[in-house]
Design a protein around this ligand. Sequence first.
Ligand code: SAM
Length: 236
Amino acid sequence: MINYEFLKDEANKLGVSLVDYAADRFDVYAERLVRWNNHVNLTAITEPDDIVIKHFVDCLNICRFVSFNKGDKVIDIGTGAGFPGMPLLIANPEIDMTFVDSIGKKLAFIKDVMRNNGLVGEIIKARAEELGKNGSHREQYDFATARAVAPMNVLCEYCLPFVKVGGRFIAMKGASVKQEVEEAEKAIAVLGGALEKLEEFELPNGDKRGIVIIKKISQTPTKYPRKSKKIDTKPL
Ligand code: SAM
């Protein structure tokens, strides 16, 4: 379904060399995404080249900034159809990936993609702000990731509680990344983070994107994350 050589070339430009079976796995992922999208609302992007650029290449940009090691614990919050978690898992199958979303049907899709690709990962149906209180998940992860889930200040309250001190939260954002980060300065500090990197870049089609890396420098105070309503009405 997808153009292998195009995906491999674009991945190479990001420093990611995809072996043939990884390219095959991306193909299975794209094929199942389009098929499942007929009955579960997963994505507005269904043309093969668009899937490669706007989903796969977009998410693989994380690998320009972060090298994942075998066994690294990564949690993808609000993963939806698996972005960015699934491209990261396909490119780095030895990481310990956890997919979190509040919608069970989307997680059923992720389970299907993993089964059809021989991949292993954990799937949790939960709201991030509730799971972040759970001691089995709180401050247990080397990396938390999120794309298109919430404004940066709210996203920090969802994601930073999962990251262990010394770990990193990676947020994938659009063209307004700088403003979002400015508005999240207080949230980042209060939740135990420090801005490590903010980079703007373009996808192969010219779309503007931003990536933010926040290092966890101290534990998140136990009062965070707050209840959903409080996060919505009084964002940090
Ligand atoms: N990350 C995917 C992507 O980039 O394509 C999905 C983005 S979609 C716009 C937002 C997803 O976040 C939805 O699947 C939604 O169910 C999930 N979500 C939003 N708020 C959440 C929360 N507080 N806890 C868990 N999942 C949440």
